[in-house]
Design a protein around this ligand. Structure first.
Ligand code: NAD
Length: 269
């Protein structure tokens, strides 16, 4: 099959630049055919490859997704929820692959993405790394095996620039724990604690968020009982793991037909 033509949305962002480097390293499986940034960004007009440090690619960064999306096989999108929901609609019109790594979605964005997946091939995951997706599967199993004598807490730390909390990954882990235990996360989750909170309620799934420095992403799921604790952890030290997962997802989605998929589908776990 010919190389897959991909556009990167948010091309000047931390993940956008990592995605450009990863596509360039894909040995011809995929190629950067478009790069989009927000209107007003000072990256507009720059060469996407030069900005990402891989040398000129002859692809100028523009703020016009319509024109680009008509010319590519897929888009890699690690931006903000409103943008991803809008791009999903464009991907649906163009019947192409849309890989969404963005986190922090509200119900209105989720609904728009679900509707777009009737025509686009959407692969959406709060974390695209193999290790974290394995951690999600293991968390579900451990939560299934342990009863509510084990208090579940999800702890995460990210760099100081991150704008949403808890992280998309922490929420994925909380969902997996709730599924394993056969409860709804919406009814059991405790997203923050402050002041005189009273004692912990049996069955709660707690979240704690740390922010600072340049931490790429660290997550632990703690199962704490009287006298013992099971701790499952993942530590990301390089954004490349998310970008490699995203490119793998795009290649996997090619020719798949419309639908809303996760990284677990891509990785077969
Ligand atoms: P970032 O702020 O460095 O990059 C986001 C980019 O999107 C910015 O360059 C911004 O200008 C651009 N953007 C904003 N509006 C736009 C528009 N209308 N059109 C085009 N581009 C636009 O952030 P980041 O650290 O790269 O993270 C981006 C998102 O990806 C966050 O939601 C983060 O949580 C998520 N993330 C997910 C994974 C995963 O594996 N799923 C991994 C890392 C980060």
């Amino acid at each position: 099959m010919s190389e897959m033509k991909l556009a990167v949305i948010g091309a000047a962002g931390r993940m956008g630049q990592e995605l450009i480097r990863t596509v360039q390293a894909s040995n011809g499986a995929a190629v950067i055919a478009g790069a989009i940034e927000r209107s007003g960004s000072n990256a507009l007009g720059q060469d996407a490859g030069q900005l990402a440090g891989v040398g000129a690619l002859g692809v100028k960064i523009t703020d016009d997704p319509l024109d680009i999306i008509a010319k590519v096989d897929g888009v890699l999108d690690f931006t903000v929820p409103t943008v991803s929901a809008e791009i999903a609609g464009l991907a649906a019109n163009a019947r192409i692959v849309h890989v969404i790594g963005t986190t922090g979605f509200g119900p209105e964005h989720e609904a728009a993405i679900k509707a777009a997946a009737r025509h686009a091939t959407i692969i959406k995951a709060g974390n695209m790394s193999l290790g974290v997706n394995l951690l999600v599967a293991i968390t579900r199993k451990v939560a299934q095996a342990l009863d509510a004598d084990f208090d579940i807490e999800v702890l995460e730390m990210h760099h100081k620039h991150k704008v949403d909390a808890p992280s998309g990954t922490a929420l994925m882990l909380g969902e997996a724990a709730a599924e394993g235990r056969g409860v709804a996360l919406a009814e059991t989750s405790v997203r923050s604690r402050d002041g005189h909170t009273g004692a912990r309620k049996r069955g709660d799934i707690g979240f704690a968020t740390l922010r600072g420095g340049n931490v790429v992403g660290e997550h632990s799921v703690i199962f704490a009982a009287e006298g013992e604790r099971v701790v499952l952890s993942h530590i990301a030290t390089d954004r490349g793991i998310f970008a490699r997962g995203a490119v793998k997802a795009a290649l996997w989605g090619r020719g798949k037909g419309p639908g809303l998929f996760t990284m677990a589908d891509v990785l077969g776990i």
